[in-house]
Design a protein around this ligand. Structure first.
Ligand SMILES: NC(=O)c1ccc[n+]([C@@H]2O[C@H](COP(=O)([O-])OP(=O)(O)OC[C@H]3O[C@@H](n4cnc5c(N)ncnc54)[C@H](O)[C@@H]3O)[C@@H](O)[C@H]2O)c1
Length: 461
């Protein structure tokens, strides 16, 4: 792709910037074309914006250039339709100058010691800062601790810009912010997507926005407001950063609670899923969360530790966060113990047992392995001497990743009576659970996927 300088708003004020959004002449650059960035690029493209995607992964860029997709739920047709609308992808960050808005969607994982790994955010802003110009809007979408936008994004832009007199725009008070765009606008707007959720379309998830000043909030609200059903402007980037963490910590803590209650309900002979469904009939004050073999994905097991790390800088121990992490991280061991007990009751030992794990994705119907508890369960089963195979329609093979080293191929779902136990870890909707139960000798179900099947072969854990 040729770097362009077709920015619609160079050298103009906020009103012209907003008009360029209305006219769809504003150019949108998305940095990081992963699970968040690529669908976001397609959303803007559907709304007739000319979108350029930036990624350091040349394979992703060439896959997109060929009109193909590397994310299961995105069809090549969708990429090709966007291309007809002007969408292209590049590894050339010089093209940033031609954008009016630059939205950053790069990873924010954890280091081994559970501290934030900010290297992707830092290297992204270091790469784009030399190419920024007055009148552009830069938005960080990556989930992170409160203070990141100011401490990393704003600070880096100001450091790079100082030689050429470019700064991040900051009105001292709302009243002082003018129409003039003689600097860079910066905001934080978290991605709140729920992968695999077919009920709430992404554009119907309100977009929380916290700008460094009112011009940034206004510009980001106009941009996202043209794609999303609703925007939620906030007073600062830090408040918006904290909002995203509150949402994910709320999930993490509540999942830990039901995971703990599940472990209590099993010996009491109470069905935790029945209890949750009954509690959920209350029209107020209760939201249903469900137990499982642990938590996975790029958000729930990771994000709470971002806040925990920041809390320590303020001398505060985030006890809820730590306890929830502890309970959720213990779930894979609990599932392995349940499997061992179920096998014993069936007359065999875990050591030497043939176990088929169903589902390695971190949750139902997604092609995402990140932080999946299934991978930990497999490692623990192997460690206990079990002969483990797996099946997952989304993953023909599982090799080596950040926290695992498995090198396994997906086993076809046939002759299930070869296995001493079939262990359901991810309840993909493609599976025919009735057929699985009828073929298997023993089924250990950590997801209540077999809820409608009555069979003595099933052990729910
Ligand atoms: N996946 C989700 O469901 C989800 C939901 C809400 C929020 N988030 C947050 O969104 C952010 C992105 O997550 P994701 O799931 O899309 O990650 P991802 O790993 O799927 O995609 C990130 C992309 O960024 C690219 N990249 C890395 N460094 C780069 C750089 N310096 N310059 C340009 N591109 C670079 C990678 O090659 C990759 O394509 C994270 O902060 C995550 O916590 C994710």
């Amino acid at each position: 792709m040729t770097p362009t300088n077709l920015a619609a708003t160079t050298g103009t004020g906020l009103e012209e910037w907003l008009a360029a959004i209305d006219r769809r002449t504003a150019r949108v650059g998305i940095i990081g074309l992963g699970y968040v960035g690529l669908p976001l690029a397609l959303l803007f493209s559907e709304e007739r914006f000319r979108v350029t995607g930036f990624d350091v992964d040349a394979t992703k860029v060439s896959t997109l250039a060929a009109g193909n997709s590397y994310i299961h739920r995105i069809e090549p047709d969708h990429i090709q339709a966007a291309q007809r609308n002007g969408f292209c992808a590049t590894t050339d960050f010089a093209a940033i100058t031609g954008m009016d808005a630059v939205l950053i969607c790069v990873p924010t994982p954890l280091n081994e010691d559970h501290t934030p790994d900010m290297s992707y955010v830092v290297s992204t802003i270091e790469s784009i800062a030399p190419h920024l110009r007055a009148g552009q809007l830069v938005v960080l979408e990556s989930t992170t601790y409160p203070g990141t936008t100011e401490e990393i994004i704003v600070a880096t832009i100001n450091r790079h810009g100082s030689a050429k007199g470019l700064r991040v725009l900051r009105g001292e008070t709302a009243g002082l912010a003018s129409n003039e765009l003689d600097g860079v606008m910066v905001a934080f707007s978290p991605e709140r997507e729920d992968p695999g959720n077919m009920i709430t379309p992404r554009r119907e998830i309100p977009k929380v926005i916290g700008g460094v000043d009112v011009r940034a909030t206004a510009a980001a609200s106009a941009l996202y407001g043209s794609v999303f059903c609703k925007t939620v402007p906030m007073s600062t980037p830090a408040a918006a950063e904290m909002t995203k963490l509150l949402e994910n910590i709320y999930r993490c803590v509540n999942i830990a609670l039901v995971n703990e209650l599940k472990q209590l309900c099993v010996p009491m002979g109470i069905d935790i899923w029945e209890v949750i469904e009954a509690a959920a009939t209350k029209p107020f004050g209760f939201q249903a969360f469900y137990p499982g073999p642990g938590v996975g994905g790029h958000c729930i097991p990771v994000d709470p530790f971002y806040l925990n790390w920041k809390a320590q800088q303020f001398g505060i121990q985030a006890k809820f966060i730590e306890l929830a992490g502890e309970v959720n991280e213990a779930m894979p061991s609990y599932v392995v113990q349940c499997t061992a007990r179920a096998l014993e009751r069936n007359g065999s030992a875990l050591k030497g047992a043939r176990v088929l794990v169903l589902g390695v994705a971190y949750k139902r119907d997604v092609d995402d392995l990140r932080e999946s508890p299934s991978l930990i369960v497999i490692e623990k089963l192997r460690h206990a001497g079990a002969q483990v195979e797996y099946n997952d329609p989304f993953f023909p093979e599982v090799g080596r990743g950040r926290h695992y080293d498995l090198h396994m191929l997906s086993t076809p779902l046939e002759d299930l009576d070869r296995f001493d136990c079939v262990l359901i870890l991810t309840d993909h909707s493609l599976y025919n659970y009735g057929e699985i139960v009828s073929q298997a000798k023993l089924v250990v179900d950590s997801r209540n996927a077999t809820r409608s099947i009555d069979s003595s072969k099933i052990v729910r854990c």
